[in-house]
Design a protein around this ligand. Structure first.
Ligand code: NAP
Ligand code: ZN
Ligand code: ZN
Length: 352
């Protein structure tokens, strides 16, 4: 094991983070050791720190939008070398032999992928600790390479917010000639707008926050639809080819389903818990509509997304914060006061 390193953890579902110390394994033949430069703050960090999903393990070191520099590689590592920029997202392992793993869809591993934090390693006992820490050691398959041309702090959110929006937009073949709505302008939503725009779709930002309209257009939205404006929603009924729904909590799906064209799909990536009030059957039946879900993306697709971003100069809009401010940042995230991703500068850990 390494010498103790600095981190921030919450000891309980109160979700209050404080300094913490942990050790990483010594890199094995297939491992990459990374000094963490930046880690994004995903709404999932807040959900899990506070046990919103009922599966939290404590102490918890959150963080799954990790960017850093490679400091050591095992002798079997081929794709990364010391000094490279590298990224780690939501997973650090999977079974590797199930149908999903073989298809490069490790996030749907039938045995369950090993999460970067709030998980247990495949030895069945070692807890995983995330990116609110100085260093991480991860097997090469679950590490991605980051182009030096991209700003590392603005790349960090691509490791979760980026891939979680890129993957469904690709899977449902969003392209030019389509009208696509991105619901919720936060960390995921702002990347969804950038990608839908980059893929050539007529992109509509669907938001509860009228004051975000100007930003939405700057990010790439052709139109902004205020979801609280019933008349505006009615006017756009039956007109969308695809909707990507990033709302973080249970909510009424019916008004959004009404926006879909016949045969069109709304994909949920945000709300993991019950969607209330109930979805009316008619909301789907009266138009042969589809509701689906999507989780992050596989490792190959994550690398593809990062390469696409490097080619098109796409990164996140970030507000850099110190780890000491993390509890206040969680409160801002809870209020939707985010433009559009908080990213922790890990150099701040040195201050204790
Ligand atoms: P975020 O930055 O907090 O943004 C969420 C946005 O949703 C808010 O800014 C707000 O946008 C809108 N919103 C919030 N509460 C709402 C409500 N009650 N009704 C309507 N709109 C609401 O969160 P995020 O980091 O983008 O994450 C979004 C969700 O995705 C979280 O639940 C997270 O856990 C989940 N997630 C899932 C995956 C996956 O693999 N599927 C991966 C990452 C994250 P407006 O002000 O524009 O309305
Ligand atoms: Zn996330
Ligand atoms: Zn598997």
């Amino acid at each position: 094991m390494s010498a103790p390193i600095k981190a921030y953890a919450t000891p309980s579902a109160a979700g209050i983070l404080a300094p913490f110390s942990l050790q990483r394994r010594e890199p094995g033949a297939h491992d990459v050791a990374i000094d963490i430069l930046y880690c994004g703050v995903c709404h999932s960090d807040l959900h899990q720190a506070r046990n919103d999903w009922g599966n939290s393990l404590y102490p918890m070191v959150p963080g799954h939008e990790i960017v850093g520099r490679v400091t050591a590689v095992g002798k079997a590592v081929a794709k990364l070398k010391v000094g490279d920029y590298a990224g780690v997202g939501c997973m650090v392992d999977s079974c590797r032999h199930c149908e999903s793993c073989k298809a490069g869809l490790e996030q749907y591993c039938v045995e369950g992928a090993t999460l970067t934090y709030n998980g247990i390693e495949r030895d069945g006992r070692t807890p995983t600790f995330g990116g609110y820490s100085e260093k991480v050691v991860v097997e090469e398959r679950f590490v991605v390479k980051i182009a030096p041309s991209l700003d590392p702090k603005a790349v960090a959110p691509l490791l979760c917010a980026g891939i979680t929006t890129y993957s469904p937009l690709r899977h449902w073949r969003v392209a030019q000639g389509q009208k696509v709505g991105i619901i919720g302008l936060g960390g995921l939503g702002h990347m969804g707008v950038k990608f839908a725009h980059a893929f050539g779709a007529h992109t509509v930002m669907i938001t509860t926050s009228a004051h975000k309209a100007e930003d939405a257009k700057r990010l790439g939205a052709d139109e902004v639809l205020i979801s609280k404006d019933a008349a505006a929603m009615k006017k756009q009924a039956g007109s969308f080819d695809f909707l990507l729904n990033t709302i973080p909590n249970g909510h009424d799906l019916n008004p959004y389903a009404a926006l879909l064209k016949r045969d069109a799909t709304m994909t949920l990536v945000g709300a993991l818990t019950a969607l209330e009030p109930a979805l009316q059957g008619y909301s789907l039946i009266g138009g042969r509509k589809n509701i689906s879900g999507s989780a992050i993306g596989g490792m190959a697709e994550t690398q593809e997304m990062l390469d696409f971003c490097a080619e098109h100069g796409i990164v996140s809009d970030v507000e850099v914060v110190a780890i000491q401010d993390i509890n206040a940042i969680y409160e801002r995230l809870l209020r939707g006061d985010v433009r559009y991703r908080f990213v922790i500068d890990m150099a701040s850990l040195a201050r204790g």
